[in-house]
Design a binder for this molecule. Structure first.
Ligand SMILES: NC(=O)c1ccc[n+]([C@@H]2O[C@H](COP(=O)([O-])OP(=O)(O)OC[C@H]3O[C@@H](n4cnc5c(N)ncnc54)[C@H](O)[C@@H]3O)[C@@H](O)[C@H]2O)c1
Length: 280
């Protein structure tokens, strides 16, 4: 059964990487999609391939009017908005916090944080009359722990997790669910530089740092986004779904799963034996 039959979804940053995989998955599951991105050529080619249930809208997510226009286009062609994916992103400001200038900070926050706020705001306004809808925003493992990304990126992605909880509190009463997905390193154009712009090398690099030893591909994340868009998660809101091969649970296997386990085998028991001995 197609999970998104009759759904109408806007995907920001849908021309590339995780957004592209999500747009493909939405159409494959029977839904319609508006790809809202800066990349006209790439977005145009993708909608030509996806057919009549896909449209492209040139969108700069830092511009509130562009986000409104993308949602309007989706509703005009495909009916009431049922899904919004706030996915557009960049790495943004990098380097020491002591050298990060405020212009780079503002630009990064405008795309990774302010745009998510705007996407939730206008999707909620469009969904309110129907009393249903699902909004999914892209956080990151950098939005859950420190040390997984540059400073401003980390701050913005923690903000995505925060607004997801906060908006979910208000919008649940309107039947609108708000969730986030937090990927670990994923093979997309954004991470190309890790493998000298060669996707195979990037995949190898990411696989080496993955607890599961395999590279995360855009489809791995798109499946999580689809899950949250669909009625399979009708009882989930305010949640951040971490998809990171367990990285943020602790990257190294702890001693109780390794050879040192023997050292711990009787530790608790010895303790309780000595307590028993002392009390008898
Ligand atoms: N790739 C990863 O390792 C990874 C990990 C965690 C989270 N993420 C997040 O996933 C999301 C998608 O990233 P990706 O890896 O697919 O990257 P990507 O570079 O493949 O795609 C990002 C898309 O966003 C678009 N975009 C950038 N600025 C825009 C703007 N101002 N207006 C409209 N569109 C804009 C780009 O044109 C591009 O198509 C981002 O939010 C990113 O932070 C990625």
């Amino acid at each position: 059964m197609e999970k998104l039959r009759g759904h109408c979804v806007v995907v920001t940053g849908g021309a590339s990487g995780i957004g592209e995989a999500t747009a493909r998955a939405i159409v494959a599951e029977g839904g319609s999609v508006v790809i809202a991105d800066l990349q006209d050529e790439r977005g145009g080619a993708l909608v030509a391939e996806l057919g009549e249930r896909a449209l492209f809208h040139h969108t700069d997510v830092t511009q509130e009017a562009d986000i409104i226009a993308a949602i309007d286009l989706a509703q005009k062609h495909f009916g009431p908005l049922t899904g919004m994916v706030n996915n557009a992103g960049i790495v943004g400001a990098i380097g020491s916090i002591m050298d990060t200038d405020v212009e780079a900070f503002d630009h990064t926050m405008a795309i990774l944080s302010r745009a998510v706020f705007l996407g939730i705001k206008h999707a909620a306004r469009a969904m309110r009359p129907q009393g249903r809808g699902s909004i999914v925003s892209l956080a990151s493992t950098a939005g859950v722990v420190g040390g997984q990304g540059p400073h401003v990126y980390t701050m913005a992605k923690h903000g995505v997790v925060g607004i997801t909880k906060s908006a979910a509190c208000e919008l649940s009463r309107l039947g609108i669910r708000v969730n986030a997905v937090a990927p670990g390193g994923t093979v997309t154009p954004m991470t190309d530089a890790l493998g000298d712009n060669n996707p195979e090398s990037t995949a190898q690099f990411i696989a080496q740092s993955s607890p599961l030893g395999i590279a995360c591909m855009p489809d791995d994340i798109a499946r999580g986004i689809l899950f949250l868009l669909s009625d399979d998660t009708r009882y989930m809101t305010g949640h951040t779904l971490v998809i990171d091969a367990g990285l943020t649970t602790g990257a190294e296997p702890p001693p109780f799963f390794s050879q040192e386990a023997d050292l711990l085998l009787h530790a608790g028991q010895r303790g309780s034996d000595s307590v028993k001995a002392a009390s008898s």
